[in-house]
Design a protein. Structure first.
Ligand code: BGC
Length: 762
């Protein structure tokens, strides 16, 4: 009876919708139609059913099997069929999602479809480079495309919603999750956030190739004390407003469908129960009206944070603060109804949250067709297809960062015998990276395979593993045991090095040495790799060091002794092809770092846009200035840094005028010339320094960039426009400040650029 009623309502609303599409107010009309539908569904729901929409479980395919978990997990099963589960994570594939959807739609009283969510972080089946690697490309269009392809694969597998992008600004390479984001700069992180959201969501969530995205983790997770995962975050309001929040604000502007809160407490308030973040900023200041999901049991963890004595109180604090869906915490399903009935919380809070969930379901088109994403034919065509592998290769090539290339050893030429040494050289799994969704284990092209294909047939390629990187299990859940003792492969590797013209060493971190729960106190090459590298270097210093890792590493010794260093991250499906083609010069590297590489772990956190301090420097030999006595203040490789086989020359910066007002702008122009004989790409970066401000300003901040293709010998003239929003900052009270005075604009190849002109805002 109820379903007959739905059908009638939907058909008449659909007709109204079709009419609305032909007029210019179509979008707002369809929005208001959705609001009407949301309200009509809400009005039919019992309190328990409403709470059910806020309950999310992680369920495997066994729940869709013949027994439907009846015997084994009868509580969850009962909840599913009585409409007390609103969304499910980690259930995949058209067959499984269809069965689960059927179970709920056919059995529950109102038949409200489920949302299927999953962590599609850098690919679903086809693995793209890890997000930190992709960010090094600074290629927004390409990042949008990889997100789009990942979203299309996920949508074709029955999924509706990804928990990505992670847009936490990260300044501490000890934190394992730096691999999931776009590094240390808030502006670049914001631009990349928008590109990825556009990629996942497209213009129309109801399209069967798009999925809902999530801006996570709100907020401050990237500033975990000492880079230790889940750790407390203590930051001042200036950092919050200027470094942490801008990417989230950008995500709101890009219409991101959902927000996820964070595990950490921030200035003594857990993010999950943080009214200031979730209400004052997200809802009131930014006007966000999407849904907020908790992180995994982060509501339950309020008890561990010791702000709640029990789960009931945790549920109360979280819903009042604005955490709307309880992911795997059992806090809401067990307590919210009771809290309402007892008069401890207002049902209006629940209604608002449910409205957000229902609206997302409508936007995805699930009420019209709950099975629209479960189409086996589409799944076969789209998931892991050839075009996506090609796109992954293209992205991998742009993500590589050339850190050092002495004597122009690269691109490789005239080497007859090459030794390929290292635990990652033939590794087909590491390049897939952590958070790899449904990637097939060991399915990446290894570096060795790539080289075999790319090098001329008269080059002799020899291989030795040299050393094992880890021992025992290598997976998402378990701690990796690093090999600290077994040197049995050293001898063979050394012999090989001795008899070769060149050594390519593939070292770094396995896929599961970075990512969630993988913080490291020591960020040098793990295990015995450095020892092996030193011994090889003593025999044959002609080394190309290819690094595969998920975070900035400490490479001070390597930088001093090894002539060539290529940062190849975890590059995804065709990593080996991308690296090999870069080594031989078929691909000219163009990536630039989005996180500073420190000289020493003791410098962390390190980021280019730091404050000047009251003692920036002093006369040589004096000690009373801000520094470590044993390490230089600068990073080893700065933000924005990366080499190319081409060489670029920058002209002086020219300004259209020496001052501007709030109403006008200044055009910055200069030319960049490729003075080499190789076509290349250059990422031109514009930074602004506010000379004097009411609150201590950073030394400089990235405000714009352009990635340009410049042919050998060609010169390109470029312009940037300085507008008032590039000169403003957030004061600690959150207000935007635009202060008159002097500024410097820098344009160049990385964050240490000196090429600048001064101007003023009048
Ligand atoms: C992570 C989230 C992720 C969630 C669901 C948590 O441990 O912090 O980023 O989306 O698990 O898998």
């Amino acid at each position: 009876m109820i379903r007959f009623f739905w059908n009638f309502i939907w058909i008449s609303i659909a007709l109204t919708f079709l009419n609305s599409c032909s007029n210019p107010q179509g979008e707002s009309k369809s929005r208001s139609i959705i609001e009407t539908r949301v309200d009509s569904v809400l009005s039919l729901m019992t309190l328990e059913e409403k709470v059910g929409q806020l309950n999310q479980y992680s369920l495997g395919s066994e729940f869709t099997g013949p027994g439907n978990k009846k015997g084994q997990d009868s509580i969850r099963y009962q909840q599913l069929i009585s409409g007390q589960v609103g969304s499910v994570l980690n259930l995949l594939g058209t067959a499984n999602t269809r069965k689960m959807q059927e179970l709920v739609v056919k059995n529950s009283r109102l038949g409200i479809p489920l949302l299927f969510a999953y962590d599609v972080i850098h690919g679903y089946k086809t693995m793209f480079p890890i997000p930190l690697a992709e960010s090094s490309s600074w290629n927004l269009e390409l990042m949008q495309k990889t997100a789009q392809a990942a979203g299309a694969e996920a949508a074709a597998s029955g999924l509706h919603w990804t928990f990505a992008p992670m847009i936490d600004v990260t300044v501490d390479a000890r934190w394992g999750r730096v691999m999931e984001g776009a590094g240390e700069d808030p502006y670049l992180q914001s631009e990349i956030a928008k590109a990825r959201i556009r990629g996942f969501q497209g213009n129309d969530l109801s399209h069967n190739k798009t999925i809902a995205a999530t801006a996570k983790h709100f907020a401050g997770y990237g500033f975990a004390e000492s880079g230790k995962d889940y750790n407390t975050v203590n930051i001042n309001q200036y950092i919050l407003h200027n470094h942490i929040l801008p990417p989230f604000k950008a995500a709101v502007e890009a219409n991101v469908a959902s927000f996820m809160n964070a595990f950490n407490d921030i200035n003594a308030v857990p993010a999950t129960a943080n009214k200031y973040l979730l209400q004052d900023i997200l809802r009131e200041e930014w006007g966000y009206d999407g849904v907020v999901v908790s992180d995994w049991n982060s509501i339950g963890e309020l008890v561990n944070h010791r702000v709640s004595p029990d789960l009931r109180d945790a549920a109360k604090k979280a819903i009042i603060a604005g955490s709307e869906i309880d992911m795997e915490g059992n806090a809401y399903v067990q307590n919210l109804s009771d809290l309402v009935e007892n008069g401890e919380i207002d049902e209006a809070l629940i209604n608002d949250a449910v409205r957000h969930v229902l609206r997302l379901k409508f936007e995805l088109g699930l009420f019209e067709d709950p099975y629209k994403y479960s189409d086996e034919k589409r799944e076969k065509e789209i998931v892991g297809n050839q075009q996506h592998h090609e796109l992954s290769e293209q992205m991998a090539k742009e993500s590589i960062v050339l850190l050092k290339n002495d004597r122009n050893i690269l691109p490789l030429k005239n080497f007859k015998t090459i030794a390929v040494i290292g635990p990652l050289a033939k590794d087909k799994d590491t390049p897939l990276g952590n958070w790899r969704a449904q990637a097939v284990e060991n399915s990446a092209v290894s570096l060795y395979e790539g080289l075999e294909k790319a090098l001329p047939s008269d080059t002799k390629l020899n291989y030795a593993e040299g050393v094992k990187l880890s021992i025992g299990p290598n997976n998402f859940f378990q701690e990796q045991v690093i090999n600290e003792e077994d040197r049995s492969g050293f001898q063979e590797a050394k012999l090989l090095a001795q008899n070769s013209d060149l050594v390519i060493m593939a070292l770094g971190e396995t896929a599961y040495m970075s990512g969630e729960g993988r913080s490291r106190a020591n960020i040098g090459l793990p295990g015995l790799q450095k020892e092996l590298l030193k011994e090889i270097e003593a025999i044959n210093p002609n080394i190309v060091l290819v690094l595969m890792n998920g975070r900035p590493l400490e490479l001070t010794w390597e930088n001093e002794h090894i002539p060539v260093i290529l940062e190849a991250w975890h590059l995804g499906q065709r990593a080996g092809t991308a690296i090999a083609e870069t080594l031989i010069g078929k691909n000219n590297p163009s990536g630039k770092l989005t996180m500073s590489f420190p000289r020493h772990v003791g410098q962390l956190p390190i980021y280019y846009n730091h404050k000047t301090t009251g003692r920036p420097s002093t006369a040589p030999g004096q000690v009373f200035y801000s520094h470590h006595t044993d390490v230089d203040n600068s990073p080893l490789y700065p933000f924005g840094y990366g080499l190319s086989y081409s060489e670029f020359e920058y002209s002086e910066v020219e300004l259209s005028q020496k001052s501007m007002t709030e109403e006008d702008s200044i055009t910055v122009s200069l030319s960049v010339t490729n003075i080499s004989e190789i076509d290349g790409q250059e990422i031109v970066q514009l930074y602004i320094q506010d000379l004097v401000a009411e609150e201590t300003p950073p030394v400089k901040s990235l405000k714009a960039f352009q990635k340009l293709k410049i042919k050998a010998g060609e010169s390109v003239k470029i312009n940037f426009t300085i507008q008032k929003d590039m000169l403003s900052y957030y004061k600690s009270n959150g207000e935007v400040a635009l202060e008159k005075g002097k500024f410097k604009v820098y344009v160049g190849a990385n964050s240490t650029v000196q090429n600048h002109k001064e101007f003023s805002l009048k």
